[in-house]
Structures are given as structure tokens and as C-alpha cells.
Design a protein around this ligand. Structure first.
Ligand SMILES: NC(=O)c1ccc[n+]([C@@H]2O[C@H](COP(=O)([O-])OP(=O)(O)OC[C@H]3O[C@@H](n4cnc5c(N)ncnc54)[C@H](O)[C@@H]3O)[C@@H](O)[C@H]2O)c1
Length: 326
């Protein structure tokens, strides 16, 4: 029997990677929703989508913040809500309106439709470690009070609270996954690792925001996909949330050394001002996910970065993307 999965943000980094995995099973029907927002290159998104061109994939070019959602959402057994407006830097100032629309309003509209769905079994939401802000302790557990320090983090937390509110009030079977910096093949071109890999491959200077001593708990994309799939079927209370983190913090500057070795060329580095709202450290405790999802990260930063470099080296056409060089 066919199972229908609806993935929002299917043209994006995480959404397309989940879709690719689900589409390996011909009994799965995947509906991908995306409005192709202009935050980064459309051709990058189209290239990413090209790997989903199989018969059991259906693309809906729809804006979740305005479209009539019931006819789409009510067909799904499972919803994986990955659509959103990412990015800390651009969340200050006038562009915040987009964060309200794509992260908060879109999520609320999705939940309104989900609560009247005749068949929905689970709704997984892509939350973020940014909701913790400058965390008071490390490794940060889910019981720590969220205190975001960027408008982006505030919008992700608001949407997570919406998940809990609809779970508590209407029993919508939601799960929130707090991703800690996700990387790997098809990572967005505005994110540090993609930019670093591209710069070393092309022999260009890497621009590092801040001192480079920021510590991040990086999580490889296949581990994030695995966490999403486990969240669909695990025995869970509606409204539950989990840290999804690689489990080993590393300074940003150290990762450049791994990329240099993988490419076989030294990097030239230029430091520029820190980004307002960028925290100094993230580091999560993933024991709740281990216990309730049976999930743990399998890919180390070293292994994952070597993989990301190899992927980008095989796609020279992506190296001209504007966002890599801004
Ligand atoms: N990548 C990370 O490291 C990371 C970390 C923490 C949380 N997250 C969250 O994970 C999710 C996916 O992140 P990503 O890196 O894949 O981002 P992405 O930008 O590559 O993908 C998001 C997709 O959502 C689409 N979208 C945005 N608003 C929409 C709307 N109103 N209707 C329909 N589609 C819409 C965009 O066009 C885009 O293709 C986001 O919600 C992000 O906040 C990502």
C-alpha cells in the first residue's frame, strides 16, 4: 500500500535530502511543496530538485503563507515541515517580515490544515538550536529555557510553540527537531561550509565572520534525515521536541584545516566583523533523541566534510553561484 509523505521546503537543502531518501522506496509517494523563495539561487534549487525526478515524486509550487492548503495537506499520511526562511544575518531590519511570513504564519496555516486532516499520523517540524541563544550550559539539554538572540531564532521558537499549542489543544501529532548546524551535500550556498569548500576548490579567499573561534555542533545531513524518518514512527507524545546534534563541538577555524587537506590546497583566510545575533557556541545533548528515537549521529565532522568537498568538486557548475561569494 502506498504511503504519502508531504515535505515542505522540498527544493531546499534538508527537504530535498529527506525526499531523496524516501523516494528510494517505490511504495512511497512524495509530495514536495516549495515556493522557490529568492533567498538563494533558483538554479541551485533546480539542480537539487533534479535528483528527485522519479515517478513517485510530485512537486507543488505553492506558498504556504497564502495558498489553500487543505487539498494538499489532507492527502498526506506524514508531513515533514522543512520550509522556512533561514539565516541569522538577514533577519534584522526590514527583512524580518519574510521571517514572520515564512516561519510563523506559514507554520500556523499548516497546523490549521493539519488539525482537520482525516489521516495525518505525524507532523515533524524543523526547529533550530538558534532558539537557545547563548546557552547557559553545555551540552545544552532540551530542558534549558530558550532565549534566542536573533530575530531568526525568535521566529523559529514561535513556530515551535505553535507546534506545542496545536498538540496540546487539538492533539495534532507534532514533533519538533532542533537541528544544530546541518552540513553535507546540497548545503545552502550561503552557509559557511559550502562557501569554505568552494573558496578552497577555486583558490579564492575565504571570508570568516568573527574570530573563527565560534564553536559549532555540526550535524551531517544523513543523520538529520535519519532523525526525521525515526520521528515519523516512534512512540511519542504529541508536542515533544528533541536536540538533533552531531555531538562534537569544533571551532569554525579548525574545519578549514580539514577542507584544506581534503582539497589538497592551502586556504587563504580573511576575517571580517562578527554577525549580530551569531552565538559564540552551540553544543547539544542528544540523549533524549537516543532514548526516545533510538537515534544517534553516525558521521563525524571530519568524515562529513571530506564527503562535502568531494560532492562539490564533482559539480563545478555550482561554483558560479552568487551567494557563495557575497
Ligand atoms: N540548515 C541548517 O543548518 C538548519 C539548522 C537549523 C534549522 N534549520 C531549519 O531547517 C529548515 C530547512 O533548512 P534548509 O537549510 O534546508 O533551508 P532552505 O532554504 O534550503 O530550504 C527551505 C525551503 O523552504 C522554501 N520556503 C520558504 N518559505 C516558503 C513558503 N512560505 N512556502 C513554501 N516554501 C517555502 C524555500 O523556497 C526553500 O527552498 C528551515 O526551516 C531551517 O530554519 C536548518
Amino acid at each position: 500500500m502506498t504511503t504519502t509523505y508531504l515535505i515542505t521546503g522540498a527544493a531546499g537543502f534538508v527537504g530535498s535530502s529527506i525526499a531523496e531518501e524516501l523516494l528510494k522506496n517505490p511504495e512511497n509517494h512524495v509530495i514536495g511543496v516549495d515556493d522557490f523563495n529568492p533567498y538563494y539561487s533558483q538554479s541551485w534549487k533546480r539542480s537539487s530538485l533534479a535528483r528527485l525526478e522519479v515517478d513517485n515524486f510530485e512537486l507543488c509550487d505553492v506558498d504556504l503563507s497564502s495558498a489553500d492548503l487543505d487539498p494538499i495537506i489532507h492527502r498526506a499520511d506524514y508531513v515533514l515541515h522543512q520550509a522556512g526562511q533561514p539565516g541569522v544575518r538577514s533577519s534584522w531590519g526590514v527583512d524580518f517580515a519574510g521571517y514572520v511570513r515564512d516561519n510563523i504564519l506559514a507554520t500556523q496555516r499548516l497546523l490549521e490544515s493539519a488539525r482537520t486532516s482525516p489521516k495525518l499520523r505525524r507532523l515533524v517540524y524543523a526547529s533550530s538550536s538558534s532558539i537557545y541563544g547563548d546557552a547557559a550550559s553545555f551540552p545544552t539539554t532540551e530542558s534549558q529555557l530558550p532565549a534566542p538572540v536573533s530575530p531568526y531564532g525568535v521566529s523559529k521558537l514561535a513556530a515551535e510553540h505553535l507546534m506545542s499549542a496545536y498538540a496540546r489543544t487539538f492533539g495534532v501529532p507534532t514533533v519538533s527537531l532542533r537541528y544544530f548546524t546541518v552540513y553535507g551535500p546540497w548545503q545552502r550556498p550561503d552557509m559557511a561550509f559550502t562557501r569554505f569548500c568552494a573558496s578552497v576548490i577555486k583558490g579564492e579567499t575565504i571570508r570568516v565572520f568573527g574570530s573563527g573561534a565560534q564553536v559549532r555542533d555540526f550535524t551531517f545531513i544523513s543523520d538529520v534525515v535519519d532523525a526525521n524518518l525515526r520521528s515519523l514512527t516512534a512512540d511519542l507524545e504529541p508536542g515533544v521536541f528533541f536536540n538533533i546534534c552531531g555531538g562534537s563541538g569544533i571551532e569554525l577555524i579548525e574545519t578549514i584545516g580539514i577542507i584544506e587537506k581534503a582539497v589538497g590546497r592551502p586556504a587563504s583566510i580573511l576575517k571580517s566583523g562578527a554577525v549580530a545575533g551569531d552565538v559564540l557556541r552551540t553544543g547539544g545533548d542528544n540523549s533524549r533523541a537516543k532514548q526516545l528515537l533510538g537515534w544517534e549521529p553516525k558521521v563525524s565532522v571530519h568524515e562529513g566534510l571530506v564527503h562535502q568537498v568531494a560532492w562539490l568538486e564533482q559539480r563545478p557548475e555550482l561554483l558560479d553561484t552568487d551567494e557563495l561569494w557575497n
